[in-house]
Design a binder for this molecule. Structure first.
Ligand code: CDP
Length: 231
């Protein structure tokens, strides 16, 4: 049997990292972990409890109150995130959370705790994790690292469509502004910024269908698995 590897998928906001990660996990029978959902769940807690990111005492005590878990949904067979015992998988996708998540994710105390949990989840390999710092900080030894991007217009249209389908009345302009603001904060923060390096395979999916992107990524998985056995 082929030994399992870890796959890190990083990249810009809303470019389909999660879609590719889910596709790969299903195809390879790996575990998909959406690291962004953890930062979004923390941001939701901050929102609901009026935690001020600039207030260190508040942030510390909030973190000690937050319990995050992933549980498999028996119908969809996918992992859903629970915040203090409650599924928040859908709630965290809304615009009010998106509006503050990058500010929350820029806090080193928050990142330290999330990275610790993520590293535990990937310790036995066979994980596909998507985010911003997975290939650089969480799994620097991941056998395959993919950096995804797409034209901002395409990304905003895709995310807007998803939000509208979930009942949101967010406008395309609001979604576009949110994506560009998050990209700016995520790429310029001091702690673990989103950074493209030579270690990544670059995947621009502006003009690719989900099946086309999966085919490309599966070829890379194949190569990475072969290299892993040789080294
Ligand atoms: O799916 P989308 O691209 O909209 O974002 P996400 O993956 O759900 O991540 C939401 C936010 O969490 C990002 O904009 C980052 O600010 C933060 N994040 C991070 O800092 N590090 C990660 N590994 C994952 C997400």
């Amino acid at each position: 049997m082929r030994s399992k590897i870890n796959i890190a998928i990083d990249g810009h906001s809303s470019c389909g990292k999660g879609t590719l990660a889910k596709q790969l996990a299903e195809k390879l029978d790996y575990t998909f972990i959406d690291s962004g959902s953890m930062y979004r769940a923390v941001a939701l807690y901050f929102l609901e409890n009026q935690i001020n990111c600039a207030n260190e005492t508040q942030v510390h005590s909030a973190l000690s109150e937050i319990r995050l878990e992933f549980q498999k949904n028996q119908t969809t067979q996918r992992f859903e995130i629970f915040l203090n015992g409650k599924s928040v998988e859908n709630r965290i996708r809304q615009m009010d959370v998106a509006a503050i998540v990058s500010e929350v994710a820029a806090l080193s105390v928050v990142r330290k705790e999330m990275v610790r949990i993520q590293q535990e989840l990937g310790a036995d390999k066979g994980v596909v994790m998507d985010g911003r710092d997975i290939g650089t900080v969480v799994f620097p030894d991941a056998e395959l690292k993919i950096f995804m991007t797409a034209d901002v217009k395409v990304r905003a249209e895709r995310r807007h469509k998803e939000l509208v389908a979930s009942g949101s009345d967010a406008t395309l302009e609001e979604v576009t502004n949110n994506l560009t603001t998050r990209d700016r904060i995520d790429s310029n923060r001091e702690d673990s910024p989103l950074t493209f390096t030579d270690a990544y395979r670059l995947l621009d999916n502006s003009h690719l269908s989900p099946n086309e992107q999966l085919e490309i990524a599966l070829d890379w998985v194949h190569e990475a698995s072969i290299n892993d056995r040789i080294s």
